[in-house]
Write a protein that binds this ligand. Structure first.
Ligand SMILES: Nc1ncnc2c1ncn2[C@@H]1O[C@H](COP(=O)(O)OP(=O)(O)O)[C@@H](O)[C@H]1O
Ligand SMILES: [Mg+2]
Length: 216
């Protein structure tokens, strides 16, 4: 990301921020509340589309101009927001494939969906019955469903916005181990975190943002 500037009415959230992430690395972003971390990641993932920010984004050697999240996901960038975007009343499997159902011509093939779900859930280490409603599993497991969902989309760069903020120590450690495991399979991650012990444990590089500017 080169010289990204993003303004909201009355607020300059980002001012000339640059961020460089190499393929295969785990890159931590830290900084105080309100520093602009989430905004930067929303620019990267097309939540704020091309034309609503200044600056340039280059992904895999080419300039990208995402007009929405769908486009960034097609390129292999998936963001998991701080407020998870799962639907509480639906099952794990239904949430996994929401909007990306396996099947043809709009007809969902539930047999292959269930096999695919088993495979994806095994990859994130979630052993619960895939028919369980999301509201009946804890936030740590919901986070794993989000990652399984990203794997279903063939993620290359996974963005996690404060993923462990609401997790207990065990769930946090499982998540961090998973991120390191994904790295071994070639999936890069950007993780926003305030927890320096976590960053020290898994990050290859760290970018610090303060007041909408890159510090270091
Ligand atoms: N949708 C929005 N509308 C207006 N102001 C926003 C919006 N999103 C973020 N901001 C402002 O931009 C700044 C950066 O916010 P944010 O990126 O959420 O920071 P961080 O994630 O580092 O806590 C803050 O001053 C925040 O109030
Ligand atoms: Mg934030």
């Amino acid at each position: 990301m080169r010289s990204i500037t993003k303004e909201f009415p009355g607020v300059k959230a980002l001012s000339d921020v640059s961020l460089s992430v190499r393929a295969g690395e785990i890159h931590a972003i830290c900084g105080e509340n309100g520093a602009g971390k989430s905004t930067l990641m929303k620019v990267l993932s097309g939540v704020y589309p091309y034309g609503t920010y200044e600056g340039e984004i280059v992904f895999e050697g080419e300039e990208v101009r995402f007009k929405d999240i769908k486009q960034s996901e097609q390129a292999g960038i998936v963001i998991i927001h701080q407020e998870l975007a799962l639907i509480p009343e639906l099952s794990i499997t239904e949430n996994l494939f929401l909007g990306n159902e396996p099947g043809k011509f709009g007809v969902i093939d539930w047999t292959s969906a269930q096999l695919r779900a088993q495979d994806l859930l095994a990859r994130v280490g979630l052993a619960d019955d895939p028919d369980t409603q999301i509201k009946n599993i804890g936030v740590g497991k919901q986070q794993l469903v989000e990652i399984a969902k990203a794997l279903h989309k063939d993620v290359k760069l996974l963005i996690l916005d404060e993923p462990t903020a609401a997790l207990n120590e065990n769930d946090s450690q499982h998540l961090l181990d998973l991120i390191v495991g994904l790295k071994a399979k070639g999936i890069s991650s950007i993780i926003i975190s305030h927890k320096l012990n976590e960053i020290e444990q898994i990050a290859d590089e760290i970018t610090i943002i303060r007041d909408g500017k890159t510090i270091e």
